[in-house]
Design a protein around this ligand. Structure first.
Ligand code: FPP
Length: 233
């Protein structure tokens, strides 16, 4: 089975700090530039008519960063979402959050909830922001929800279980891109990535352009996805 474009593209946007370091700029400036890259990639994915895009914006492990960086990231994310809201509505993009929203600062929660509710009837594309996200936490959370529901073990299938994940109702990612040369999945979409194709590039996130996205998609288009089956002739 040969691929064309993915239905669900997921990205680990890595390398903002190194991008800034190389230029003697602050890490905050790296994150600022990272939001520019995020904006142009969202627009490109919309143009390419890929219906699901997931961006890893903040992991539960990211709380271990210096306090000033964490609060800068939340204020930047809040400004980004607020600043993009009209454009998301115009592009008919629905915003969803994957992660524990309740643990975030109140101003961030308010902006996020407002944007999610304003875009909830948009249907040309889904933009998932993984925010305060951890793949293992997501799986444990789903197990707890299944137990609380009192589901009988006989009724629990892979399909039923996936309805308890943040991505309920969405297709699994076909392609996961990670920038900055790190070759890891870093607790990202652990359940959903079982058969995802992986694409790694040394490009640092602020330098990741729509052109490079198209290169990654061309590479994806040549891959044979056997999904565990024998190769067909
Ligand atoms: C990785 O750079 C990026 C993050 C910590 C995630 C935050 C991403 C952005 C602010 C980009 C914009 C995204 C959105 C959704 C607006 P890093 O700090 O880990 O880089 P390093 O590994 O080089 O230090």
């Amino acid at each position: 089975m040969l691929n064309r474009t993915p239905r669900h593209l997921a990205i680990i946007m890595d390398g903002n700090g190194r991008w800034a370091n190389k230029r003697n700029l602050s890490r905050s400036e790296g994150h600022n530039q990272g939001t520019r890259a995020a904006r142009s990639i969202v627009e490109e994915v919309r143009r390419l008519e890929i219906p699901y895009l997931t961006l890893y914006a903040f992991s539960r492990e990211n709380w271990a960063r210096p306090r000033e960086e964490v609060s800068f990231l939340f204020s930047l994310l809040g400004r980004f979402i607020q600043g993009e809201l009209q454009s998301l509505i115009k592009q008919d993009i629905r915003l969803n959050i994957l992660g524990e929203l309740d643990e975030l600062p109140m101003p961030t929660r308010k902006v996020v909830n407002h944007a999610c509710s304003k875009t909830k009837s948009c249907s040309s594309m889904n933009l998932n922001l993984a925010l305060n996200y951890s793949g293992r936490h997501e799986i444990v959370r789903a197990c707890k929800a299944v137990m609380q529901k009192g589901l009988s073990p006989d009724d629990l299938t892979e399909e039923v279980f996936s309805e308890y994940l943040y991505t309920a109702g969405q297709p699994d990612p076909d392609l996961i891109i990670r920038t900055s040369g790190e070759l890891r999945i870093s607790n990202y979409l652990l359940y959903q990535s079982a058969y995802s194709e992986l694409y790694f590039t040394p490009t640092l996130w602020p330098d990741f352009t729509p052109q490079e996205l198209r290169t990654a998609l061309e590479d994806f288009a040549t891959r044979q996805r056997r999904l565990g089956r024998v190769e067909s002739i």
